[in-house]
Every structure is written in structure tokens, then in C-alpha cells.
Design a protein around this ligand. Sequence first.
Ligand code: PEP
Ligand code: MN
Length: 337
Amino acid sequence: MIVVMRMGASEEEVHNVVRHIESLGFRAHLSRGEERTIIGLIGDERGLSQHTLELLPGVERVIPVLKPFKLASRDFKPENTLVQVRNVVFGDKKVVLIAGPCAVESRTQLMETALAVKEAGASMLRGGAYKPRTSPYSFLGLGEDALRLLAEASEATGLPVVSEVMAPEAVPVVRRYVDMLQIGTRNMHNYNLLHAVGEAGMPVLLKRGLMATIEEFLMAAEYILSHSNYQVVLCERGIRTFETYTRNTLDINAVPTIKGLSHLPVIVDPSHGTGRWELVEPVSRAAVAAGADGLIIEVHPRPAEALSDGAQSLTPEQFARLVKSVRRVAESVDREV
Ligand code: PEP
Ligand code: MN
């Protein structure tokens, strides 16, 4: 249930409702909008009376939330959430471009890429340190050495960094070096990991599970939000379908659908969504036209030599062209790049 306070309800009234909710054994989450405060009740609602809550001073109405996700829903928070990662803001007018290699391979590879994507207009750097590969014999990432290089590249370019964390016990080490924690598609259902990044209290990039429905995706976000960590950016990265020509089927429907259901920013990964470098630019344009708040794109100075995902990686020159072409689409939908 959510409790919608009257416009101009006093702090005292808000606190009184929170105290009341907590005394009933629920947790109260506050969403302070420009016009009114909304209080979300988290807990098992069976046996709770909507009408009793409506009698409390300052309460305008109490609404049962029928969707299984509550804190992630627009019912709880009608305004868009802005997620800030250092100087970068997701969910505002500017479409955020995150770019960098699939995996950090060496200092030269990372620095070369980081400087080039910055020059081309990216505002964040990506790079895998721990790689979730289908085969255990593939390159699995440089681990903490890669994290150190990412921090170095961030320092040199001023770009905030996002990198994947694969296990709850790795959160303390990854968070020491990066500005945003990435949950990869294979771990979207790893509930212990979702709890851990929720508790970390820092920005999270949550990728959609490759076989997850939109509802399951939003429930995964709910895990993080339930720790009062509201700095969550959702990423559509393609789902598995019968089509094999492309690596995944990018679900463009998910972008406006989730923007309607949730207040959280939504970005798109056209690299993993297609698996083919030549599709990355046209699909990026489609994503921005559909309302995406950002793009995350794999870039490698020499894709043919990449240790992972070379087939879907752009060269820095191709990325620079993509930025220009996406910019025109962004302007046509009243956004900026
Ligand atoms: C990645 O972004 O490096 C990655 C492995 O993506 P996904 O989890 O979407 O496959
Ligand atoms: Mn990759």
C-alpha cells in the first residue's frame, strides 16, 4: 500500500504516519515529490486496514499497489528519479553515453580507449574486470588489476567508471575502485548479490536477465530499492528468442514500457543486444528515439584483437560517428547528447 499525504502536510504529520506504520511492523519508505509526500509500506500487508490509515491526520488517501513491485513503481514515485554518478546524471534531458572495452586487457588498451571515447563525447567509462564468460576457458578478466587500471583511467580522463561485480563478497573490493556497480544479465536473479549492492548504497547499473520478463526485471530492482538504495539505472540488453542471426533480441518495447511503469532511468546496451558491430549504430538511434536515458557501448581500439566481444565492438572512429548520428535523433525527441 502507499499512503499519499495531502499537499502541504506538515513534517509532524508525515512523521506520525511513519511511526504508525513502523509500530504495525512495516517499513516505511518516503518519496518526497515536488507537490506531495508519498509513503510506501513494505511488509506483508495481509490484515492491514486501508481505512484506518486514511484516518491519520494529513493523509489524503491510501492506495493498494496491485503491482508486485512497489518502490520501483510510478505509483510510489510519479517523478523521474535522477541517478547521479559523480558529475553524470541519468534520467534528465541529457542522454548519457557510457563507452569502453568489454574487458580491460592492458593499460595501453584501456587508456587509448578511454581518451578516445571521452574525446568523442562519452561521459562515462565501462570496462570489465571480472568477466562472466560462457566458457571457463575464455578470458575471465584481470580482476583487481583491471580495477586499478580503471581507477587510473578515470583519474586521467575525469570519466566516472562502471564495472561488473559478480559475487556479494566481491562488492567491497569493486566499490573501492568504481563509481557504479554493474549487475550483469546472468546475475539479475542472484538475490544475495542484489541485497549486497542494495546495502552498498552506491549507484547500480542493473542489466535485464536474458530470460527475464519486464516484471521480473523490476522485481530485481525492487530488491536493491528495498535497502533504501534508490540509485538504480535499468539496462535493456536484449533477451533470448528463437532468432539466432543476432546474439540477442533487443526488446525496444521494454524502454517505453518500463518508463511508464517505473520512475527509474532506463538505458540500452546495443552491443550485447545485437552482438554485431554494424548494428550498433542503427539500434542506438532506435533506443534514443524510444526514450532511452543512455547507451552503454563496447569500444576497442582493435576489435579484431579483442579478448572478448570483438565482433560487437566499435572502433573509436566508429564510436565518434555514432555519437554524431545519435545526437541528431536525440534533438528530434527533445533530448541532448
Ligand atoms: C557486459 O556488459 O560486459 C556484459 C557482460 O553484459 P551482459 O551482462 O549484459 O551480458
Ligand atoms: Mn561484452
